[in-house]
Design a protein around this ligand. Sequence first.
Ligand code: HAM
Length: 420
Amino acid sequence: MDKIKSLTGMPDHYNDGDKNNLSSKIFEVEQKIKEIFISYKLHEIRTPALEDANLFNRSVGNTSDIVNKEIYMFNDRNDKIMALRPEGTASVIRSIIEKKLDNTSHKLWYMGPMWRYERPQKGRYRQFNQAGVEILGIKEGLPEFEMISLVCSIISSFNLKHCSIKINHLGTKENKQAFCDALVQYLQPFKDSLDDKDIERISKNPLRVLDSKSEKTQALLRNAPSIKDFIDKTAIGLLLSIQNEFSDLCDIEIDYSLVRGLDYYSGFVFEAVSSELGAQDSFLGGGRYDYLCKKLGGKDLPSIGMALGIERFADLVSIDTSFRKVVSFLVVTSNLEPKAYKIAHHLRTLNKEIILDIHLSEGSLKSKLRRANKDNSDYVIIIGEDELQNNTAVIKYLKDEFKEQQSVTLEELYSFYKTI
Ligand code: HAM
């Protein structure tokens, strides 16, 4: 019989404890990012993976690559057209409108899988995970600073090098339209020499031409009109002051050619990129989307958000878990001894910083010690028949070759454990 395999571009992730393995790093990254979000007083929101497909047509945009080519869409048993969410923002806004919470401000975060039918390659998957933040109901100003502060915090808490944050401003709806018109007018005479993808972009979504991978198009764009000449002084002032305030924390670059691939953006946009990632160099992206809520049938709710691609980010970071000590707890008795287990339980209540690994499988002391060494344990606690009888335990110091193993009373064991 043929083996059933995972689908292309949809990897499993298994944390085998090896901190150099991408999957293990993904779990560590998620844990730490959650803590950062909580420290910014953001509240968690969890929306379903499946949504009415119209949600994404109306938000991400039916001219975007995501909706045009990448969305996983199918009819359910009742012939309703559904889509696996390709991103989180549209669902968050849908949920806020549905709960009638679109009359006030919110600071939200989410984490979970997204789906895009892309050609898989390094850093590009068909199922990937995002950690996202949406600040709703507050107009341009402080939220922009909060968002960049958050991006800088994420970058610095993982000690990331060789990365920068690109920022741009797409202006008001009118500015964006005037710029698009000027761009189309400029490109029109060269249209026949462009590739099909760019010709389609000119007619459907001219801003996306700036993202073209074609060298010819990029050469033409060097003399094209710039958004800089279409946005007002306040917008440029915002870019400059964000650059001024944060450039001591992270490399911030104003990039007037930065446009984002989703249609809902207006105003301030940004992306974090790393030279270490190769072709898929952007590990985080976001921006302001002041008109999305109204477009989806809700109130006027000026908002800004961002999402981090967990896989791409995890690929960049080195995880240092050495600050958490690991203790292997070995019970070597011929019968099941619940009392030994209770000692382990009590230890865990005494010091939550320690990773206490109780070896659950049967085996000789020798094989258990071999595993404790392999797992890079700092200490081993051994409970055998004698120890249970006498209310004692043996402590072995695996990282200190000069220190002899010690037999201690349970009280001494508890005091030792508290101070590890
Ligand atoms: P996005 O730029 O489409 O923005 O995606 C954000 C991040 O998700 C990217 O920077 C990248 O790291 C990761 N990503 C995207 N596609 C893939 C893929 N196929 N494989 C692996 N990683 C991928 C959004 O999704 C917006 N919702 C962000 C946002 C929130 N804007 C406002 N609020």
